[in-house]
Write a protein that binds this ligand. Structure first.
Ligand SMILES: Nc1ncnc2c1ncn2[C@@H]1O[C@H](COP(=O)(O)OP(=O)(O)OP(=O)(O)O)[C@@H](O)[C@H]1O
Ligand SMILES: [Mg+2]
Length: 381
């Protein structure tokens, strides 16, 4: 690799890049463009400019809260220096400690950092502050698929097929790296202006060793696979099950085994056969192609060993006749027109005060965090 105009290039500093090789970083107009391996005189092109931003925590200002989960809050934030909007996930260390979540948040960070795929959210920075860990991500103003589903009611078959293809590629990428996602649901899928989507929230994802399975109830009621409800060890096929539930819900506007009583939902998942709405009663909008039905039926096989994707993995899913004629390479490059326009959701939770602030961490809780400081030392590298 040659540097064309050496006058405009200056040497920045010596840093470690992902390869763990000590490199000299060369920057052009402050944007790092090349990393030169000092021992071998090889040059590596660095990530594109928009993915390579230095953000300082002190430049971040909270604008409003846009999400809340078990251990975290998500804010829309502004980078005062670059005037760019981002989403910031804030996780309290005392909650992580008292709920034994330090390792799983570390895994969430590791998984997000390792991913570089158009349909998986990017982790831009991690900030390790005194009382909290923060993940900085691109902001998706159109929110999540649950909000879109509420606004659109349900989606036409062809649009769902393209959504299914994006999610299948995202899941396939994770599985190829040995990661089981475990929480596929509309709330964890964010929507871009162009209608393309990204998978977010790797809070319960796990890296599995070859042949390893996981135990325990994990996921969200309507999307939990039959084997998890049966208390059996689970692995990659759980994601294909959740994909089946999600696609059914996008087409029909209700999850296939839905019941407002949670125990009854569990019973339905374990025992009820899959049923489709009858177009005679519900209208022609509820009539689906045989390939659509066979795809979703395959994903919703209660036996993970017979499930679509459970036998031969992602390739089996990608090769199903449901996707016949679909150009996955073009889709991955976002060159296919998706024929749907996401709607802007109602502004989510406005800031209650003029200046939005984080909750107060009590002295005792902070004490606990300080005593365990070393447990968080590997969060920021
Ligand atoms: N980058 C983002 N842009 C826009 N909205 C976001 C973004 N990240 C998260 N959100 C919103 O915040 C909600 C919660 O985010 P996320 O799913 O990451 O956290 P969580 O469910 O609180 O996590 P956990 O399950 O680990 O406690 C999402 O459903 C989405 O509506
Ligand atoms: Mg979530």
């Amino acid at each position: 690799m040659q540097i064309r105009n050496p006058q405009s290039v200056r040497q920045e500093s010596l840093v470690q890049i992902e390869t763990d090789i000590e490199c000299t970083i060369v920057a052009k107009r402050d944007v790092p463009i090349l990393a030169i391996n000092n021992s071998k005189y090889q040059a590596f092109q660095l990530r594109p400019r928009e993915e390579y931003k230095y953000v300082e925590f002190r430049d971040i200002e909270l604008i409003k809260q846009i999400g809340e989960g078990g251990f975290s809050k998500v804010y829309l934030v502004n980078n005062k220096k670059t005037k760019t909007e981002h989403a910031l996930k804030s996780i309290r260390k005392d909650f992580m400690l008292s709920n034994g979540q330090v390792e799983s948040i570390k895994q969430e960070r590791d998984i997000m950092k390792a991913m570089n795929h158009p349909f998986i959210i990017k982790l831009q920075e991690v900030f390790n502050q005194q009382a909290r860990i923060y993940f900085l991500m691109p902001y998706y103003p159109l929110g999540n698929m649950r909000q879109q589903l509420r606004l659109q009611g349900k989606f036409p078959e062809e649009i769902v097929r393209l959504m299914a293809a994006q999610l299948t590629l995202a899941i396939a990428t994770l599985h190829a790296k040995g990661i089981v996602y475990r929480d596929l649901k509309p709330e964890n899928i964010l929507v871009g202006n162009d209608g393309y989507m990204v998978l977010a929230d790797f809070g319960v994802s796990r890296q599995l060793k070859p042949g390893e399975a996981s135990l325990g109830r994990v996921g969200t009621v309507d999307y939990i696979a039959a084997e998890i409800y049966r208390g059996q060890p689970h692995s990659f096929p759980v994601d294909w099950w959740s994909l089946g539930v999600l696609l059914y819900e996008l087409l029909v506007s209700q999850a296939p085994f839905y019941h407002d009583d949670l125990e009854q939902t569990e019973w339905n998942v374990k025992n009820l056969p899959l049923r489709w709405p009858d177009p005679k009663h519900h209208g022609p909008g509820f009539s689906f192609k045989p390939t659509t039905k066979s795809f979703i039926r395959g994903l919703l096989d209660k036996d993970p060993k017979k499930r679509l994707g459970g036998v031969e993995g992602p390739l089996e899913v990608l090769r199903h006749p449901y996707f016949e004629g679909l150009d996955f390479a073009k889709l991955e490059k976002k060159e296919l027109k998706l024929n749907w326009t996401p709607k802007m959701p109602q502004p989510p939770q406005q800031a209650r005060a003029a200046v939005i602030e984080e909750s107060v961490v009590s002295r005792a809780q902070l004490e606990l965090v300080l005593q365990n400081k070393q447990k968080f030392s590997h969060f920021e590298e």
